[in-house]
Design a protein around this ligand. Structure first.
Ligand code: FEO
Ligand code: CA
Ligand code: CA
Length: 640
């Protein structure tokens, strides 16, 4: 999501811990930081268990870079083709009906529930049949992060109504679609028994330590164990047993509280008006004054089984409650699962979760509740290149009744406050995390920050070294002993984004290769190429320090050399997000989110094509977020 809509420039963290302005000068060089950790033993591929028969290539980048662009189309290097596959409003192929998209946005809420939601984000390919490594047929699980209500309804937000709220709720959540590679390319299989939409109205189970806690109970759910829907599903994860994880990010913007806002709500940014979705006007549960506990039922990671269309989604409270970006999987040597997770807001934190139990490779059902038991940690980055994982367990690190935490459920419901007390390092908007399959290092995008160093704000520190970090950076670490469950790590900064040709490299970046800013999506392919997707917010695109940098883009980094090469540019006003491949690496899927978005982030329904008419061109009714298929014309592995 771009920044002004979700308003991550807001700062909900007013705590005092975690700033290192006094030690900025102690930054060590990258060479010093990685000395001694470069020879860690290779660990298992994060996705290895899910993709038997996966190819391995040398990881070299074999395409020529493309230029910056302001063209209203998707551009990829020579020898590649990019094709839209699944657009907002396209039928999912449900057995219950396959309504056609109406270019005037005239589809009803019920129709929207059988069509692709808005604003595609994180996603994952799951081969069919389950357990195979098939690269010609599978399921795509796709997040739909939020709605542009100017585009979603024929007359936009005029005459706001319960029906419009219901349609907006139907456009949220995620899709599961079946797709197949036929002679003409990839196509959505319609109808499919797997086709499913999860929305902001879908009943889901609440599980883990916070389930049933008093703060999770509402008038509609006095037991605190079932909630309707998931919202603002940003990036994603997946498990070794092939379930999908969808992550709730800026959930606070759907609530409004016109009364005195309690600290538990203000720490997460709940305010008097919300972010303009106006759901509370017709759906009382989003009135955070009348139903304060409803807020506690969002901000979680939700597990969904894409292979079982009847599976009731589960909010896994053990993984903490933040503005979740994504969840990058690693597996320890003894088969416990680990997730690295960012909380995307200025001065928020990077988290890690380690399961209590090993996952069962032989019995998928035995993993059903594995995500309900584990340990949550938050990162502290020291100036000398070391770091600690601070355990967020009741009774440890100050998480006591005296400090407002009566139980582990309390710690998890108030994860941000727990991390404040533990003393985590305040970061420049942690977005996606990614695990390098070659050397087990972990990378995290820190997309940008406008407030660091400002009046009454945290100053720079070693891990966040810019006063005004317009372009963002990418940080990385290696766990001590090569053990993903370790309590300590060593870190350095992989790249400071921004134009390296401008003077003052510290301010304008040290990229070797092609310029970019605001890194967000991040993914390692199995050969160790690092794919970087950008989300320069619409309010910043094309102007100020971003003048001349053009549309949002995707690049590929060669880790050994540090060289970064531009692979794709998107249409006007979009962000690039979501990335997954078939097991053989010959098809990549990415998402174009919010093409044509304006700085207000709500389109004018009278001129919906004012900025972009992607993907259908000027004769189309509306610009549409879409999943895009990328293939190499010679059928080779993407990136080679
Ligand atoms: Fe939804 Fe932080 O991006
Ligand atoms: Ca972003
Ligand atoms: Ca994002």
């Amino acid at each position: 999501m771009s920044s002004s809509f979700s308003d991550p420039s807001r700062i909900d963290n007013q705590s005092v811990a975690g700033s290192f302005s006094d030690v900025f000068s102690a930054r060590l060089s990258r060479r010093q930081l990685l000395k001694g950790v470069a020879t860690l033993p290779l660990l298992g591929l994060p996705a290895g268990c899910a993709t038997p028969g996966m190819r391995m290539d040398a990881g070299a980048i074999g395409f020529a870079p493309i230029s910056l662009s302001t063209e209203d189309r998707v551009r990829v290097p020579a020898g590649y083709t990019a094709t839209p596959l699944y657009r907002w409003g396209d039928s999912i192929g449900s057995l219950q009906g396959m309504p056609e998209f109406r270019g005037d946005a005239g589809n009803t809420a019920d129709e929207q529930l059988l069509q692709a939601g808005m604003h595609h984000d994180g996603m994952q390919f799951f081969p069919l049949p389950h357990g195979s490594a098939d690269s010609t047929r599978g399921l795509l699980a796709i997040n739909h992060e939020y709605s542009d209500d100017g585009l979603l309804h024929t007359d936009g937000m005029n005459a706001w109504s319960a029906a419009k709220v219901r349609k907006a709720q139907a456009a949220h959540g995620m899709s599961v679609i079946e797709i197949e590679l036929r002679s003409g390319g990839w196509t959505v299989v319609r109808p499919s028994v797997y086709a499913r939409r999860v929305s902001a109205m879908t009943p889901m189970r609440i599980a883990g330590p916070a389930a049933g806690h008093a703060a999770m109970r509402t008038a509609a759910d006095p037991a605190g164990i079932e909630v309707l829907g998931t919202i603002n599903n940003c990036a994603n994860g997946y498990t070794p047993w092939d379930t999908y994880l969808t992550c709730e990010e800026n959930w606070n913007g759907y609530f409004a509280n016109d009364g005195k806002i309690p600290a538990e709500q203000s720490r997460y940014g709940v305010n008097a008006k919300g972010a303009g979705y106006r759901w509370h006007e017709f759906d009382a549960r989003f009135d955070a004054a009348a139903h304060p506990n409803e807020t506690n039922r969002f901000g979680w990671i939700v597990e969904i089984d894409p292979y079982d269309p009847a599976y009731k989604p589960v909010k896994r409270t053990a993984l903490g409650r933040i503005k979740h970006e994504g969840a990058a999987l690693a597996v320890t040597k003894d088969d416990r699962v680990v997730f690295y997770m960012g909380d995307d807001q200025q001065f928020e934190y990077i988290y890690k979760w380690v399961s209590r139990d090993a996952w069962n490779r032989n019995d998928r059902a035995a993993n059903r509740d594995l995500l309900d038991h584990g340990t949550l940690y938050v990162a502290k980055f020291n100036a000398d290149g070391t770091g600690q994982w601070l355990e967020l367990t009741h009774g440890k690190n100050g998480l006591t009744a005296g400090n407002g935490f009566a139980s582990q459920a309390d710690v998890l419901i108030k994860t941000r406050q727990a991390a404040d007390i533990a003393g985590a390092t305040k970061m420049d908007r942690p977005e996606w995390t990614a695990v390098n399959p070659i050397d087990s290092s972990v990378y995290c995008t820190l997309t940008n920050s406008s407030a660091r160093g400002g009046k009454d704000q945290p100053g720079v520190d070693a891990a966040n070294p810019r006063v005004n970090n317009t372009f963002g950076h990418i940080i990385r670490w290696k766990e001590d002993g090569g053990d993903f469950s370790a309590g300590a790590f060593r870190w350095d900064i992989f790249v400071m984004a921004g134009d390296p040709l401008l003077p003052d490299a510290g301010k304008h970046g040290n990229i070797k290769g092609d310029v970019f800013g605001s890194p967000d999506g991040l993914w390692f392919d199995p050969a160790g190429r690092l794919w970087i997707q950008t989300d320069v917010s619409t309010s910043a695109l094309y102007r100020g320090e971003y003048a001349g940098i053009g549309n949002n883009q995707m690049l590929c980094a060669d880790i050994a050399s540090g060289r970064i090469t531009r692979f794709l540019t998107g249409p006007k006003g979009c962000e690039i997000t979501g990335i997954t491949e078939t097991p053989d690496g010959t098809t990549m899927f990415i998402n174009i989110q919010h093409p044509g978005e304006t700085a207000s982030e709500r389109s004018d329904p009278v001129q919906p094509l004012a900025v972009s008419s992607w993907p259908e061109g000027p004769s189309a009714g509306r610009p549409r977020s879409a999943t895009v298929v990328i293939r190499k014309d010679d059928g080779g592995v993407i990136g080679t």
